[in-house]
Design a protein around this ligand. Structure first.
Ligand code: ZN
Length: 142
């Protein structure tokens, strides 16, 4: 296996995405919201991708979503990630509408399914974890 002391690549912080990353550091998931067409968008841009307006403001999202799709990575030849396999990469459909690429953490990979509800992790930046299964909650409350 290749060995490296090279750190994992970090996101490139720009003026347009800086509020998003600063929000993550504070445990907040921030999305851009277009005042003109009242839609959320992700990833951050200088203008609304729906109507072209630059009337965008940053708002805190609920952090709730569902797994739209996912894959499990069994091989990654990049030395920075070779010891992380197997791991998942998921597309999370946020409650507000946008989809984002992320990881589902603290999960047995065999539990992953499309449409499972997730919530943003309060421990790991920009990652989600599964919500408890509704049937378990119901039986606990009964
Ligand atoms: Zn718009």
């Amino acid at each position: 296996m290749p060995e490296t002391n090279r750190p994992k690549p970090l996101p490139v912080v720009t003026e347009e995405n800086r509020p998003f990353w600063e929000g993550c550091q504070q445990g907040k998931l921030l999305l851009q919201y277009c005042i003109e067409c009242q839609r959320y968008q992700f990833y951050p841009r200088l203008y609304c991708m729906k109507c072209g307006s630059n009337s965008l403001r940053w708002v805190e999202a609920s952090g709730h979503g569902v797994i739209y799709s996912y894959t499990i990575i069994h091989q990654n030849k990049s030395p920075e990630f070779v010891h992380d396999t197997p791991y998942n990469v998921a597309i999370v459909q946020l409650e507000e509408g946008p989809r984002m690429l992320s990881n589902i953490v603290d999960v047995d990979l065999t539990e992953l399914r499309v449409d499972l509800p997730v919530i943003m992790s309060d421990k790991i930046l920009f990652c989600f974890h599964l919500l408890p299964k509704p049937d378990l909650c119901n039986s606990y409350l009964a």
